[in-house]
Design a protein around this ligand. Sequence first.
Ligand code: NAP
Length: 313
Amino acid sequence: MSDPVILFAARPERWATYEAPLRTALAKAGVSDSGLVLQAAPETVDYIVYAPNSEVQDFTPYTRLKAVLNLWAGVEQVVGNETLRVPLARMVDSGLTDGMVEWCVGHVLRHHLGMDVHIHGQDGIWRNGEVPPLARDRNVVVFGLGALGRAVAEALVGLGFNVSGWARSEKRIDGVSCFAGDDGLAAALERAEIAVLLLPDTPATTDLFHAETLAQMPHGAVIVNPGRGPLIDDTALLAALHTGKIGHATLDVFRVEPLPADDPFWAHPNVTVTPHIASETRADTASEVIAENIRRGEAGEPFLHLVDREAGY
Ligand code: NAP
């Protein structure tokens, strides 16, 4: 059997970051790296290591393609591509997960402890009336209990928070009260003093946080959204921030990115904007996942982390 041709189709500048880790991981997985390339005749390509912002948008010429291996956890920009007729794997990477856990825990702790009062309020007055509460007295709900949400929920449990979670299907996670589907949504919203959104962007999750669902959250609730911008109806969020129903929103993702300079979120006193940096795929650990999937493809074994094209994630 000839060595597989593996096309790296991402922004060209990513090649410098990924080439060495991919070659190392392929060798470790027992797969030849001789076919790992930045450019190839489409009809020769077996696997595409893929970023949805690459130049490859029409998969039709890739006639012998066995799988597309996404470098990103989110697949909303590729899942509906009708020219893609082979398995699509999304990225589940321990480095990406670790980064997301750290970012979410940091932002949850910021709001839980009320750190802003002291960071922004240093005015020479000794206000020692309020000591921060304990995690066990704080209800945090993680919306989305997949690779990332589950890890975040477990880390928050480890810190002592009162953690709940919500997903499409029933889950059992130690220490986490799990709710599922439409029937479980109200119960999850009601206890979300701090809500962490780690849902994918699909037709079923678009505008999930709209005027009525925001109204079901506790008064002054905090939203931390590293998931995707379209999960939130922005107009409804601004209205809920105005009334104080939502106390603060920390937003890492937006409908339009980069967030336009005149977007009201930038200047809002109760919004923290971060520029889609919550986490990212880490080349060393991600390369191992990609190499393992190529090994599986070559051995005729099932691929890991396949996207359900119908569900959109
Ligand atoms: P995942 O493993 O596919 O998990 C998705 C979770 O969402 C699952 O628990 C799923 O439920 C749940 N879900 C999906 N549709 C739902 C619905 N209609 N109702 C209720 N629950 C629903 O994804 P992941 O790897 O954890 O990543 C989550 C998202 O994080 C990605 O899609 C991406 O948008 C975002 N992300 C952001 C960054 C960043 O830097 N900001 C980085 C990486 C990823 P089931 O378990 O029942 O299927």
